[in-house]
Design a protein around this ligand. Structure first.
Ligand code: PRX
Length: 676
């Protein structure tokens, strides 16, 4: 009985154990050049000024026609931003820069092989190539405004060219991460009813030229079984004019873009005047259950929001060289490699391969060669770079003014290495919390205004008003008590709906706290992010992870990140992942998986040291059932640790299909270790 009561502990009673860190301030040099230094921005974007405040973001763009209404709530919670406005994303990312900047580099493409030199594509060249490819899409592939097209391509110059050509025509693109399997690609083809698939023959990954075209054939076959016919497969070539895949081309269906595009040399395509609320793209995201959801993003609202975030939070100036290491196949790449930086006329870096190929210095050599001054990556990459080359950054002469971390909570230890080693103590850091669904940032410090605090994302960005609610829908105002973080107001970057499934959109993101489903008042529709978070006295939010990642030990809900962070304070530890194991009495117990730094011998002493560190930092309550010293963590191709797989191993469950992992073989090794 006692235990049952404990299991029912509400969010409001959750204690958070991760210590508060001190502040770091941006340098006066950074502040002196920053785009946004006026603290009154927060006043301008107060709820009193909602929704009109957001016109400040929309005015960063060039519109064919201004909007009739800033926010139309008549179909709540499917918001329409800048309704009636007319705009084209391709025009805003390319054409409008030509007059002043046609000769400036838009894209630096860095091939993975170091002997292949970096390519620099000017805005003029981007303009020409996007127009010619748009002509091909329209006249050869028969695509028109409102059609969907699936793009399964690696990191390449041709990927943004493809996206921007779609945007020029008003064709809705759905980019599938290049590392995803054929069957994941097929699911997305079917859901979006794409009859055209755009792919590339091959790309480099860890020094190997991978056959990518084969995925297209499989995806088309799987989609056909599910009733979706793909009648055209457009194949870009990694080496133009040469086919780098062994998979045969299918007559009548497949064609090489580099051949067909010759027919369109010199063609210019007038950009479609899109309504602001017409969709720009779909980005599929997986939840814990069910099939992937196609997050539908708008043209005017989305582009306004990512442009403003790029300018104010990323501090991008047209003179900057900006490198975001994410893959364009994720939302981070859409918003912060392609649309945001190009809308601001910056030079954006696209790197084909693995950040640590062929060695731990590669990323820093790229930064040095291109004189990158803004750098954007995720904790998982930061940990990997720290693991294999903690002293590498100091060997290279690059200087970042600004760095971003995104995608998961960053442990203060890792944050500090990022700050002192990668940023050389000079760069400002923003820890940006957001989601595929949100288009752009939700919480972050404004770099020249708010001090940084390791481990905390920061306050809501200008225009975002977060609130932490308990299970009953009451606001949690006490610092350090965790609950469900929600956003009180709509904003222009929010997805419009789940493609083809409005009900799922409402159920997933709004139903929980909406008291009146008929309401047309935005105040009745708090957006439920699905993350647990706390707010401290200074108004900074700390994201604890997905609600379902929280481990409940004897009624104490422990953020998995807090435990992992404690383990990472032991200097031999490179990576830590904690998973809940069912326990009769405590409900759940943490099982701790550890990868040690290279050269460190796994011993019982080290395991004990790690276990002690967790007890010291958090308390005995968090004592791991067992510390497993494993050779490597099972990881996705995008580098996220697969806690689900570790959880299955710990609980003697089914690990499921692990073949899509970056390192499937490690699963068996770990299983043997745990099962013994
Ligand atoms: O749990 C949060 C975590 O990543 C989730 C969103 O993942 P995705 O849709 O793939 O978008 C990734 C790019 C934004 C969130 O629900 N998350 C994201 N950023 C942070 C974070 N957790 C903590 N701190 C962050 N900065």
């Amino acid at each position: 009985m006692g235990e049952q009561k404990i299991m029912e502990t509400t969010e409001a009673q959750i204690a958070v154990h991760w210590q508060e860190e001190g502040y770091f301030n941006p340098s006066s040099k950074f502040i002196g050049q920053a785009n946004l230094t006026d603290p009154e921005i927060f006043e301008r974007f107060s709820l009193d000024n909602f929704p009109d405040c957001f016109t400040e973001y929309a005015e960063m763009l060039t519109w064919y026609k201004y909007w009739d209404e800033v926010l139309d709530t008549s179909d709540a919670p499917c918001w329409k931003w800048f309704k009636g406005g007319e705009i084209n994303a391709s025009y805003n990312c390319i054409d409008r820069h030509l007059k002043e900047n046609k000769n400036k580099t838009a894209i630096h493409f860095v091939p993975e092989l170091e002997e292949e030199r970096i390519e620099h594509i000017t805005y003029q060249e981007l303009y020409v190539r996007v127009n010619e490819f748009a002509a091909l899409l329209r006249d050869f592939a028969g695509l028109k405004r409102g059609d969907r097209v699936t793009i399964h391509m690696p990191m390449s110059t041709e990927l943004p060219i493809t996206m921007l050509a779609c945007a020029r025509l008003g064709v809705i693109h759905s980019v599938v991460f290049g590392g995803f399997s054929a069957s994941a690609c097929a699911d997305r083809i079917v859901d979006s009813n794409s009859r055209v698939l755009i792919t590339m023959d091959a790309y480099y990954r860890s020094g190997k030229l991978l056959n990518h075209k084969i995925n297209a054939d499989e995806a088309v076959a799987i989609a056909a079984k599910a009733g979706q016919v793909v009648d055209k497969v457009l194949v870009w070539q990694r080496y133009p004019g040469k086919y780098s895949s062994e998979t045969p081309m299918v007559d009548g269906r497949d064609c090489f873009v580099n051949d067909v595009v010759k027919n369109y040399y010199g063609t210019r395509i007038e950009p479609e005047k899109m309504l602001s609320e017409e969709p720009l793209f779909l980005m599929y995201t997986s939840g814990t259950t069910g099939k992937p959801k196609g997050a539908q993003h708008s043209t005017g609202g989305y582009l306004s929001y990512v442009t403003a975030m790029s300018k104010y939070i990323q501090d991008i100036h047209p003179t900057d060289v900006y490198w975001c290491m994410a893959d364009i196949g994720w939302i981070t790449g859409h918003s912060f490699i392609v649309y945001g930086p190009l809308a601001l006329c910056a030079s954006t870096v696209i790197y084909e391969g693995v950040p640590t190929y062929p060695d731990a210095g590669r990323s820093w050599r790229i930064a040095q060669e291109l004189d990158v001054n803004i750098f954007h990556t995720a904790p998982t990459a930061i940990r990997a770079l720290r693991k294999i080359g903690p002293d590498e950054p100091a060997k290279y002469k690059y200087h970042f003014k600004h760095m971003t971390t995104v995608g998961e909570p960053i442990e203060p230890e890792v944050w500090k290495w990022y700050q002192s080693e990668v940023g050389k103590g000079e760069a400002v850091i923003v820890d940006t919390w957001w989601q595929t669904e949100t288009g752009g940032f939700l919480c972050s410090t404004v770099p020249a205004i708010n001090p940084m605090k390791p481990g905390s994302a920061g306050p809501g960005v200008p225009g975002i008003h977060p609130i932490i609610l308990d299970d009953n829908g009451d606001e949690i105002t006490q610092p350090g008590i965790a609950g469900n973080i929600c956003i009180r107001n709509p904003w222009p970057g929010i997805m419009q709906t789940v493609w083809g499934d409005r009900q799922r959109f409402v159920d997933t993101y709004y139903a929980r706290y909406c008291k009146n489903p008929e309401s047309k008042d935005w105040r009745d529709w708090p957006y439920v992010a699905g993350d647990a978070a706390t707010r401290s006295g200074d108004g900074y939010y700390r994201i604890l992870g997905r609600i379902d990642d929280v481990i409940n030990v004897s009624g104490h809900r422990l953020g998995t990140k807090e435990i992992e962070s404690a383990a990472l304070m032991v200097k031999e530890v490179a990576e830590a992942a904690v998973v809940p194991v069912a326990h009769e009495i405590k409900g759940k117990e943490p099982d701790l998986y550890i990868a040690l730094k290279p050269g460190v011998e796994p011993t019982d002493e080290i395991a004990k040291k790690i276990s002690d560190a967790v007890c010291d930092q958090i308390g005995k309550i968090a004592k791991p059932r067992k510390v497993w010293l494993v050779p490597d963590m099972p990881k996705t191709r995008s580098g996220k640790i697969m806690r689900r797989v570790l959880g299955a191993i710990s609980n003697k469950g089914d690990v499921g299909n692990v073949m899509t992992l970056a390192n499937p073989e490690v699963v068996e090794t770990i299983k043997k270790m745990v099962d013994r």
